[in-house]
Design a protein around this ligand. Structure first.
Ligand code: ADP
Length: 314
């Protein structure tokens, strides 16, 4: 188990981490979600021992590891830029950490084959790394990070440089892959779809603080503050006099007996739904409806109260 307790890091006048508490349980995937500059990389570096804390502690398996060097923490790292060694084979790259640990040649070869199988690149061991596509290079980097058997893998926007299709594929594959090796992970992203697809729990970060940690479905249904709601992609944040609320895009249905009169200001067909923007007394709202409307149409909507959640002040 890994834990940051009241972790703070300052760079001059910038507070990159501001009293962060975060726990990662064995086998768990925690995703850090937040905009650029909110402190995500600093948090990873602090866990890994690459960034000293100005205040607070890092606990690993019940011991205070705050002053332990990176290599004793059992943590693997994977960054956006895989930086494979260019003049070596795929196999040499994957074996790199094993050689540092003193594994003999035969054991290294076995482990390399196992890791390349795991990431879907069997028979790639002899390939030169400069012949790999971007997605293949990222898989090799993942195999390299996993080869020494880290108990916790830290992934810092690992797919950010890849195209959407590849990103979606790796996003879909990573949870099963980590589970099959029993590896816990902290994965950093600014993309809420990616966070939802991967996370057991999502930690939403803003200005050096962790605002909320919860499983994806719970977080989405009840974001609690407008800042968290916006990071999760919610757009319908309203103040109806009784207080601030977030209304999910799937909360509305067309209903003659409904309670909300709206005028359609935009409508886009999206295959399995229509993405409809409306003007209402609550302001501009956006819903996924099962039919489309002409711009200017007057429509009455019913809002499912179970898909509306109250928001507290930030
Ligand atoms: P993120 O990963 O969410 O983009 P970072 O952890 O990289 O955010 O950075 C958090 C804040 O700390 C930013 O304002 C960044 O400019 C600042 N920062 C990060 N590293 C350094 C550094 N080595 N020196 C000075 N400021 C830094």
């Amino acid at each position: 188990m890994w834990e940051l307790r009241d972790a703070s890091v300052r760079f001059g006048s910038t507070t990159a981490l501001d009293g962060v508490d975060l726990r990662v349980d064995p086998g768990e995937i925690v995703v850090i979600l937040g905009p650029s500059g909110c402190g995500k990389s600093t948090l990873l570096r602090a866990l890994a021992g690459l960034q000293p804390l100005d205040r607070g502690n890092v606990w690993i398996d019940g011991r205070d590891a705050t002053r332990e060097p990176p290599h004793t923490r059992g943590i693997g790292l994977m960054f956006q830029d895989p930086t494979l060694f260019p003049h070596r084979t795929v196999g040499d790259n994957v074996a790199f950490g094993l050689r540092m640990l003193g594994w003999d040649r035969a054991a290294r070869a076995d482990r390399v084959a196992e890791m390349l199988d795991l990431v879907g690149l069997p028979d790639f061991a002899a390939r030169a790394v400069d012949t790999l596509s971007g997605g293949e290079a990222q898989r090799v980097a993942l195999a390299r990070s996993l080869a020494p058997g880290p108990r916790l893998l830290l992934l810092d926007e690992p797919w950010a440089a890849l195209d959407r299709t590849l990103r979606d594929r790796l996003t879909a594959e990573i949870p099963a892959l980590l589970r099959s090796t029993g590896t816990s992970a902290v994965h950093v992203t600014h993309d809420h779809d990616e966070a939802f697809a991967i996370a057991d729990r999502v930690a939403v970060m803003h200005r050096g603080r962790v605002l909320r940690v919860a499983p994806p479905a719970e977080l989405f249904a009840d974001p609690r503050t407008a800042t968290v709601a916006r990071f999760l992609g919610h757009e319908n944040i309203v103040d109806d006099g009784a207080g601030r609320r977030v209304i999910r895009r799937d909360a509305a249905s067309v209903d003659e007996q409904g309670e909300l009169d709206v005028r359609v200001t935009g409508c886009r067909f999206r295959g399995d739904h229509h993405d409809v923007t409306v003007a209402s007394d609550l302001g501009t709202l956006r819903f996924h409806l099962d039919r489309g409307f002409a711009i200017g149409a007057a429509v009455r909507l019913h809002i499912d109260p179970d898909r509306v959640a109250p928001l507290a002040d930030d």
